[in-house]
Design a protein around this ligand. Structure first.
Ligand code: AMP
Length: 193
């Protein structure tokens, strides 16, 4: 098993790169943002609850998010590993993830931060908002709030895994293929073992 946390602020390319890695290595991408948007599009109680936070660029409460993540992992056993995309976003989520994986005699093997400067993030997300229609990508103040939430609440997760020497940083600037190459260079040697 190889379990990867693809880490970084909104718009750093986690989803794009997770899909490439999924295709290449057969790891399963789990995006909590996508899971929430699915619930939202089906108007489920979970989706309705999540919406009030997502619309403001705030984090959905850990109690809701962790349960949803657990269900997704447990519905997909037997994969060679997971790519966690947009999770964990708080230290409490990281602890819950460690506990969940430990129950299955697994662990987080690597966290990779895709580093992108704030102004580039804003440009990318506004552009994505035009293409996708995502409400939280269309308003610069919501985007700036998401960046602040990342810095305040999510960035400690990097240090949390750094204590175990599992965290590493990759420049998130360049072509999609270039960035995929940087990720592969880190992941491939670990998959062999
Ligand atoms: P994303 O697609 O990863 O940018 O997530 C979109 C929104 O979903 C975020 O701004 C949060 O409101 C919510 N969300 C996604 N993942 C999480 C998470 N792990 N914890 C809390 N909220 C999340």
């Amino acid at each position: 098993m190889y379990n990867l946390i693809l880490f970084g602020p909104p718009g750093s390319g986690k989803g794009t790169q997770a899909k490439i890695l999924q295709e290449k290595f057969g790891l399963l991408q789990i995006s909590t943002g996508d899971l929430f948007r699915y619930e939202l599009s089906n108007n489920t109680p979970l989706g309705i609850e999540a919406r009030s936070y997502m619309d403001k660029g705030e984090l959905v409460p850990d109690s809701v998010t962790i349960g949803m993540l657990r269900n997704k992992v447990e519905a997909n056993p037997g994969v060679p590993g997971y790519i966690f995309d947009g999770f964990p976003r708080t230290t409490a989520q990281a602890i819950a993830l460690d506990d969940l994986l430990a129950e299955k005699s697994q662990a987080v093997d690597q966290l990779i931060l895709l580093e992108v400067i704030d102004d580039e993030i804003v440009d990318r997300l506004l552009k994505r908002g035009e293409d996708s229609g995502r409400a939280d990508d269309q308003d610069e103040s919501i985007i700036r709030n998401r960046i602040e939430v990342f810095k305040a609440q999510t960035s400690p997760v990097f240090a949390f895994y750094q204590e175990r020497n599992l965290s590493t940083t990759v420049p998130g600037i360049g072509s999609i293929t270039e960035i995929a190459g940087r990720l592969e260079a880190i992941i491939k040697p670990q998959l062999v073992n």
